[in-house]
Ligand binder design. Sequence first.
Ligand code: THU
Length: 133
Amino acid sequence: MNYDVLIEKAIEVRELAYAPYSKFKVGAAVMMEDGSIYTGCNIENASFGATNCAERTAIFKAISEGKTTVKAVAVIGDVNSYTYPCGICRQVIVEFAEGPEIPIIIIKNKNEYIKKTLDEILPGSFSKKDLEL
Ligand code: THU
């Protein structure tokens, strides 16, 4: 899989972040089962707790448009280091991921990124399979 477009879109949407409180902009792009790409930024709130992360914004947009399965995720936060998805976002990715091996692309800039698998960043995850009693 070539990640160039996913990376470009994550970098682009980061600029739309609504982050007046933390000033920490995050952009994410997810590729769905049919190759379509959905983007998301973090959207903060004066109550702080109502903040939505970039990854979840992207995934929720895709799911609410009828897509079902995440095949790849790209995320960019701090442009001087690598920002990994937070714990809540990892759990949401598990819910919709095609499987534990999907790539999670952690971007610093267009030319520098780290590729991990979902299982590497959230091993031993709790998921719907645990509810199949
Ligand atoms: N943030 C994300 O958008 N994604 C993450 O995975 C880490 C944290 C956002 C939430 C908040 O707006 C800001 O980064 C600082 O925590």
